[in-house]
Design a protein around this ligand. Structure first.
Ligand code: EPZ
Length: 419
């Protein structure tokens, strides 16, 4: 397995281009099933997760061409069958479960292996199943599989106990060709939900209210193929904003939507990072004095849980006491012990992490425990004294396109050791 080696101490400069959002492209690829036609995703991020979900669709006879030169994913779902997707692949990528809604909508029956939990939490799916059931599907879970049958999907009003991103997406996709109107209340408001709605509407669906807590879907008879360019990845952009702050540098980040960055801009500004929005770019200046802050992760538009590890790395180097409370996932502090190996002073107390800023971190071998934890450890390495070896980088490759090359382009001393 590859390692990423970072020699700390360089300041960064120049500009970095942000890729399209992983968490937009994955549900959009799943949604292409609904068209039974050809869909083209432009400027798609060439990520491991995109390759895996494409293989999941290929396992149910979709025809997918991934052109790494033009960053295009061309999906033809005209020959999709109602067979069960490869369970090995489904277990590899939790987001594979997002094909449940489209497959039920298309075929009226579907069987898929339960997505595993992962390092950050048990990742239950009861809200997905409750939504499909409310639309008229008979859902059963047993022997590690979910089965659903629906003679006809009929629109309904669905209240989500928690604004789950995945459940909102699965229900939206199941409802777009259901009979009548569906209203999802307490829906997730993430920008990726809005992007999915835009994709569905470009196929001929009738979705309104995406991006708010109430989404209305009026069922239509048929959907057709489309061409779509996903939104930028707000979490990748936030990760590079923290890279500037942790190395006390000034850099330009190209490819952002200011609205989507608001919670991240607010908290970094509160710390003393100066951020200037220039259209679809940001100039981030982390050269000033930074102060400790408290952070609580919340559903959008609150502070994103996917930025929690990166902020913990930064706050480990800010004098004073900071507190991070993780309210979304029950086990998303696994990066803390790795940062402590580098000299960070972090105390975990249930859902909270109390961080005392250290003068410096020292490089050593650390392990990526999940996608964002791995990225956060690279950020710590950028500032640490000496060399940091980040292992298990396959986690990082799931959600970041060429992270080491993008950081090299900003002047970081970082390279990948292929093993
Ligand atoms: C999406 O995961 C993202 N993944 C995650 O990004 C992100 O952290 C998460 O939303 C929260 O923003 C993709 O979009 C592919 P949820 P998802 O359903 O849909 C509980 C990354 O790093 N829940 O909103 O799985 C669940 O246990 C990844 O890019 C239920 O209780 O997240 C969790 O505590 C990590 N029952 C909370 O909701 C359910 O039926 C948030 O889960 C579903 C979820």
């Amino acid at each position: 397995m590859d390692k990423i080696i970072v020699k700390g101490g360089n300041t960064l400069s120049g500009e970095v281009k942000i890729s399209s959002a992983k968490n937009s492209v994955l549900p959009i690829i799943a949604a292409s099933i609904l068209s039974g036609d050809k869909c083209i995703i432009e400027n798609a991020p060439m990520l491991e997760d995109v390759f895996v979900i494409s293989d999941v669709l290929r396992s149910v006879s979709a025809d997918i061409d991934i052109d790494k030169n033009s960053n295009k994913v061309i999906i033809d779902t005209s020959d999709i069958c109602d067979c069960e997707p490869c369970s090995e692949l489904v277990k590899k990528l939790r987001a594979s479960f997002l094909i449940m809604g489209p497959m039920i909508s298309r075929f009226g029956k579907f069987r898929i292996s339960l997505p595993g939990g992962c390092n950050i939490g048990t990742r239950p799916i009861e809200l997905h199943l409750k939504g499909l059931n409310a639309l008229g599907a008979e859902v059963s879970v047993g022997h590690g599989y979910v089965e659903a049958r629906a003679r006809k999907l009929i629109g309904n009003k669905i209240y989500l106990d928690f604004p789950s991103v995945g459940a909102t997406e699965n229900i939206m996709m199941a409802a777009v060709m259901a009979q009548g109107e569906t209203v999802i209340e307490n829906a997730a408001e993430e920008p990726e939900i809005e992007d999915l709605a835009e994709f569905l509407n470009s196929m001929g669906a009738n979705v309104t209210g995406a991006g708010t807590d109430t989404i209305r879907i009026v069922g239509v008879k048929k959907l057709k193929g489309t061409v779509h360019k996903p939104i930028y990845d707000r979490i990748e952009a936030g990760t590079f904003m923290v890279a500037a702050a942790i190395t006390r540098s000034k850099i330009k980040i190209v490819g952002i939507n200011e609205d989507h960055m608001k919670p991240i801009i607010a908290k970094l500004t509160e710390m003393g990072v100066s951020i200037e929005v220039q259209g679809q770019s940001l100039v981030v200046d982390g050269t000033g004095v930074l102060k400790p802050i408290d952070i609580k992760t919340m559903p959008y538009p609150g502070f994103p849980t996917d930025m929690q590890a990166q902020m913990m790395g930064l706050l480990s180097l800010v004098k004073g006491t900071s507190i991070i409370t993780e309210t979304i996932f029950e086990n998303r502090f696994m990066h803390a012990p790795e940062m402590k190996r580098m000299g960070a002073n972090i105390k975990i107390d249930g859902r909270s992490a109390i961080i005392e800023g250290a003068d410096r971190l020292t490089g050593c071998e650390v392990k990526s425990t999940d996608l964002r934890a791995g990225a956060a450890l690279i950020l710590c390495g950028l500032s640490a004294v000496g060399s940091t070896e980040v292992t298990d980088v396959y986690h990082i490759d799931r959600g970041y396109v060429n992270i080491e090359r993008k950081l090299q382009g900003l002047g970081a001393n970082i390279y990948r050791k292929c093993i």
